[in-house]
Design a protein around this ligand. Structure first.
Ligand SMILES: NC(=O)c1ccc[n+]([C@@H]2O[C@H](COP(=O)([O-])OP(=O)(O)OC[C@H]3O[C@@H](n4cnc5c(N)ncnc54)[C@H](OP(=O)(O)O)[C@@H]3O)[C@@H](O)[C@H]2O)c1
Length: 299
């Protein structure tokens, strides 16, 4: 089997490459389906997914059977001022890949976001809830989902949220840096969601890809949804940083893109089908920090 990973230098793409390369993750051993697979890991310099010509030329040459599309424009505020670019990367790119997958009989696992929802709920969203994005990022990602579902039947959309991994920038790393630089943190406590480890998401996607399931799947770490403030406090505690984490409101910390107040996701479709393998967010975070802080110490 030949597996194509786009956006391979990003948080999720990197984790998928690592697990596939090693055949094992801290979550377990990969299903036999992946034994001896060939991995093609590419990023924007190798293949710009917004170019249908480039995507169409790539498939007959490399003949992937399974595609994980981790490529995206993920800078939510950046998308707000550049909706055309966001649409190209987050909607047209997945469409190009989905059409190519359909033409070549490949299975497609595509990644989306909690930002497709309005974010004003009071209980976790399930896959059948109506999307109503409030941001350019959310609109572009929703359009990407729709193109994928319309263009390639053998596809899964994995919606995730508050993602952090070993490479790139994310909230966990930013909090560690700011805590060390400033010795005090002020973090919003009126936005609630599901912190999700790229380790768990990659593992769950590999299990899902090995099944015959299709459609939309919520894939976030489990446990009660929390605020960014509570998330930051847990990071400080686990990293043994004695830092005060003050609370502030979204109104006190305005950003170009409106953040969802409550965008927790319920992994219902996973539970009903292949099984929900996502750990509780605290367990996944503790494990991530153990490894990450150890890596830091070795540098
Ligand atoms: N990060 C989160 O908190 C979060 C939350 C919910 C959902 N998600 C979704 O999860 C998925 C993975 O996110 P992530 O955090 O791993 O993303 P990431 O770290 O930002 O990685 C995305 C990768 O895609 C590349 N890319 C950008 N434009 C491209 C193009 N036109 N063609 C090919 N590659 C391109 C990026 O390259 P450059 O860096 O050079 O641009 C980057 O290496 C995305 O679909 C994202 O929307 C993320």
């Amino acid at each position: 089997m030949t597996i194509l990973i786009t956006g391979a230098k990003g948080q999720l793409g990197n984790e998928l490459c690592k697990i596939l390369g090693e055949g094992v993750s801290e979550r377990g051993k990969l299903p036999p389906l992946y034994d001896g697979c060939t991995i093609i890991d590419i990023d924007v310099d190798d293949l710009d997914i917004t170019s249908s010509d480039a995507v169409d030329a790539f498939f007959p040459t490399h003949k992937p059977n399974l595609v994980f599309n981790c490529a995206a424009m993920t800078n939510v505020d950046g998308c707000e001022g550049n909706e055309d670019v966001a649409y190209q990367v987050n909607a047209i790119g997945p469409k190009n890949l989905a059409l190519a997958c359909k033409r070549h009989g490949a299975r497609l696992l595509h990644v989306s976001t909690d930002y497709v929802f309005a974010g004003n709920g009071s209980k976790p969203y399930v896959e059948t809830d109506e999307p109503a994005p409030n941001t350019a990022y959310g609109r572009s990602k929703l359009a990407g989902e729709q193109f994928v579902l319309a263009s390639c039947r053998n596809s899964c959309i994995c919606r995730t949220a508050w993602l952090y991994g070993y490479v790139g920038n994310n909230f966990v790393k930013t909090m560690l840096r700011l805590a060390r630089e400033k010795g005090i943190l002020t973090v919003v406590d009126d936005q609630v969601g599901n912190p999700t480890s790229a380790v768990d998401l990659a593992w769950q996607m590999l299990l899902l890809a090995a099944s015959k399931e299709t459609g939309i799947f919520h894939c976030t770490c489990n446990g009660e949804a929390v605020s960014w403030n509570a998330f930051a406090k847990r990071i400080m505690e686990k990293a043994s940083l004695d830092v005060e984490v003050k609370a502030c409101t979204t109104a006190e910390f305005p950003r170009p893109a409106r953040r969802p107040a409550y965008s927790a996701l319920d992994n219902k479709h996973l539970s009903d089908t292949v099984g929900d393998s996502m750990r509780d967010w605290e367990e996944a975070l503790d494990s991530f920090l153990e490894h990450y802080l150890e890596q830091e110490n070795q540098q």
